[in-house]
Design a protein around this ligand. Structure first.
Ligand code: NI
Length: 177
């Protein structure tokens, strides 16, 4: 089990456009994916993109069962998604709160497409395609943004809706919106 260091906002690699993966069914790729799952699970993340652990490749993983960071979140199947393509299925976006292991302690209100189709490859090079909505669609969009060097704070429309989780939770407890 290898829990890797997650790069934090400010590291230049997080701003790079990642390169497609060309070699599938490869022990090195399998080892990278295993380390990413170990890291994501150790940090209770909903997803992780390869650039976050310093590998500038178009690979993301995600999955939510019951998660301490997202106690009310819908379940999302554990997925390895390589060289992904996202197509929005509806024009509208919806705002919701997001966090990121590369932006620890903070939360922001981020617009995302509510319904998407995403496609890509698994670790064996098998192409697959899924439709997703709600939280599942949000996680996929967030993780795939990492592959284009985009961290969620760049998506926030109103920077008043960006802050430390500890403060935002306090407001919630006091019944503020
Ligand atoms: Ni992230």
């Amino acid at each position: 089990m290898a829990v890797l260091e997650v790069l934090k906002m400010g590291h230049p690699l997080l701003l790079q456009v990642a390169q497609p993966i060309e070699r599938f069914d490869d022990p090195e790729l399998d080892a990278l994916i295993k380390d990413m799952f170990d890291t994501m699970e150790a940090l209770s993340g909903a997803g992780l993109a390869a650039p976050q652990i310093g590998v500038s490749k178009r690979l993301v993983i995600f999955g939510v069962t019951k998660n301490a960071r997202y106690p009310d979140a819908e379940e999302v199947p554990a997925t390895i998604l390589i060289n992904p393509v996202i197509q929005p299925l509806r024009r509208g976006t919806e705002d919701d709160w997001e966090g990121c292991l590369s932006v620890p302690g903070l939360r922001g209100l981020v617009p995302r497409y509510t319904h998407i189709r995403y496609s890509g490859y698994d670790e064996k090079g098998q192409r697959f395609e899924r439709e997703a909505s709600g939280f599942h669609a949000r996680v996929v969009q967030h993780e795939c943004d990492h592959l284009d060097g985009i961290l969620y704070p760049r998506r926030i429309r109103d920077l008043r809706m960006f802050g430390f989780e500890s403060e935002l939770l306090k407001e919630e407890d006091e019944g503020a919106p």
